[in-house]
Design a protein. Sequence first.
Lengths: 165, 165
Amino acid sequence: MNDPSGIREGEVAVELPPGFDAGLYFIGRIRTPWTSRDDCPKNGRESDAVCTIELDPRYAAGLQNVESCSHLLVLYWMDKARRDLLLQAPRHYSQHRGTFALRSPVRPNPIAASIVRLLEVEGSRLSVVGLDCLDGTPLLDIKPYFASTDAVPEASVGWHVERES
Amino acid sequence: MNDPSGIREGEVAVELPPGFDAGLYFIGRIRTPWTSRDDCPKNGRESDAVCTIELDPRYAAGLQNVESCSHLLVLYWMDKARRDLLLQAPRHYSQHRGTFALRSPVRPNPIAASIVRLLEVEGSRLSVVGLDCLDGTPLLDIKPYFASTDAVPEASVGWHVERES
C-alpha cells in the first residue's frame, strides 16, 4: 500500500530546489505534554493544556509589552516533517488534498502558525493555551494577534464543510 | 539623532547567532502596487488593492482545493528587514516596544503573516485582497484560514488600545 519512501497512494511529491534561499534562527523551544505525533491534538483548540514557550534568554528584551496581549500568533518549525509533498492524505482525512489547502506540517517550508491565549509572561517563559505540537518544537516567532486584521469569523473552507456535512 | 547603523534612540539590538538552524525555499513572489516602504499600507486592511500571488509552477499541484477557501493565511519573507532589534520604534509609533509585541518586519526571523481574501485561482496565480508588502516579496507558504481555530474577535492588544485612547 505505502511505498518505501513513505508516500501513500494518491500522494504526489515534487523535486525540491537544490539549495535554500534564506536562513532561520531557532529562537527558543516549545514545551508541551506531547512526545509523539499520535499524542498531539488535531489542532490547538482541541486541548486546553497549558504549554510553555521558552524563548532563548538572548531575545528576552523583545518581550516588552507582550504581557498586554490577550492572544499571540506563534510561528514554529515542524522539523520532523518531509517537505516535498504537493498532494497528501493526512492521518485524519481519507482523501488527498493540495498541500496549500491543508494545515498539515508537510509543506515546502514547514512553518506552523497557531493562535494562543496568553496566560503569563515570566522572564523569558510564556504560559499559553492553544498549541498542538510536539514537545521540544523549535520556536521561530511570536507576534501580537490583532482582531482588527487577523480575525475573520465568517471565513470558510469549502472542502472541509463538505467533508463535515 | 539616529546613529550610523540605523538604530534610533531607545532601540536595542542583539548579537545574532553565528549560523542558521534551518533553511527556507522561496516558493513564489507576491505582486503588489507598492515599490517603496513608504507607499505600503500600514496593514492589509488599509487597502483593497488586488494583489497577485505568483506561486512557482513547480508547486502548482499543491493548490488543489485552495479555490474552496474564502480566506488564506499567507506567509512571506521580509527580505529587506534587519533582524537584530529587540526594542524598536516603527515609523508610525512614537514609543519603542518589544519586537514580539509588534508586527514590524524587523525581527530575528522576518516572516510576515497576513490574512487575505481569495478572489480567484488561475493556474499557479492567486488574486487576493489584504496584503501590505512590497512588490516582489518572496512567498513562503499559503495555508487555509479556519475561522474555528484562527478567528478570535475578542482578542486585544493592551498597548495598542492605550495608544488609541
